[in-house]
Design a protein around this ligand. Sequence first.
Ligand code: CAO
Length: 440
Amino acid sequence: MGTLKFLLPDIGNHKDIPVIEILVKDGDVVEKDQSILTLESDKATMEIPAPAAGIVRQLQVKLEQKINQGDWICDIETQGESAQPAAAKSPEPAAAAPLPPAVAPTSTVQDTPAPKPVAALDMINASKPVNAPSLGAKYHASPSVRAFARQLGVDLQHVTGTGIKGRMLQSDIEAYVKAVMQGEKPAPKAAPVMGAGIPPLPQIDFTQFGDTERVELSRIKKISGKHLSTCWLNIPHVTQFDEADITDLEAFRNSLKTRAEKAGVKLTPLPFVMKAVVQALKEFPHFNASLTADGQALTVKKYYNLGVAVDTPNGLVVPVVRGVDQMGLFDLARELAAISQRARDGKLAPDDMQGGTFSISSLGGIGGTQFTPIVNGPEVAILGLSKAKMSPVWDGASFVPRLIMPFSVSYDHRVIDGAQGVRFTTRLGQLLGDLREILL
Ligand code: CAO
């Protein structure tokens, strides 16, 4: 434990800058880089971040006080031993020196027209994103307050600022949300809408119903979530369901087991399905295509690179197996094992996930009867495999036990119409039912 004396760092050639917002009080626990004060020159506002994590003590500054580089702002009681006790004893050195980039002041453009911004602040402005206009670039609020509003989906135009010169404070956002939740203020209408005109989901304070916990999404989920929403929103999906009788395929697979083991590979049904898919894609080339950017034509691909959805502890990834048409079953099984292992170890290179022409999502090893996979744009179709099970099938004279695998194909309806969709699934079912068809 130690005490860090926090002095105002170098903020450029500014003298006597007024404190317009104090974002902490004595006893508050702060994270490193958490904003402590907002200062305002006549051209811009700046937030001053905490140089270390700890507890705020001896807060020295007051609202509207004018401060300069080196002024004592507060002490920060830190947990670690590296609390720079020297700085605590002396008001002059270390902390007064210009801060490293990680703790440099952040700033935002002020709402009033800025005739000629001051150079040092201008540089800071250039390196920081300005808030989205829909969340109130016209309003007088610090970056952290804007970020807080954004987090809650609050449009600043509805909030009344109670700070100096009508400045919006975090407490104003909280008061606004509380008033909406308690029905004292009408909830803003779904408009203004964002992005493609889709209204956002309502922001609900779930704590009113019980305890909650915030669990951060993995990096993969954040990235794949964005991609999935983009595909879902841009592609008019239709999903066609079907079933394949894979009794013979399974018998063939079992007959190859010993050879596969000798070759050091595990042969699941997926490589067989991949070969059947390539044949179906050759017969229905529009499924192995992408729409051109102007939406007026198709780019039909003459290569067969299949994306395979892999379930990893951190989320879904879709590495690509290239040249499936050129590969034998054992090579495919080997490649599948290798990429899914790399995916699970988090070792896929960006290149491993590029160049796909059609994707497969196989949940057959887990269960389920049917599902609707999302097309992995800019591809135009995706195959979903569900779990095969023994089922009684009428052969014209009696019921016979057959291994039936449900599958589904989601497709972009701008490219593929319903008749083509069901022709594709029917053909794929035939190919899976009798792999000799591939030779025809
Ligand atoms: N029906 C019945 N059994 C099946 C089957 C099916 N359709 N598909 C696979 N199986 C069996 C396999 O034969 C294997 O059985 P044995 O261990 O007894 O031999 C078992 O299920 C497990 O197979 P697997 O999942 O390890 O291998 P795979 O080649 O079928 O699949 C991979 C590889 C990488 C696709 C898979 O491991 C995976 O990650 N699947 C999840 C994909 C996913 O999350 N999709 C969702 C995307 S949308 O959110």
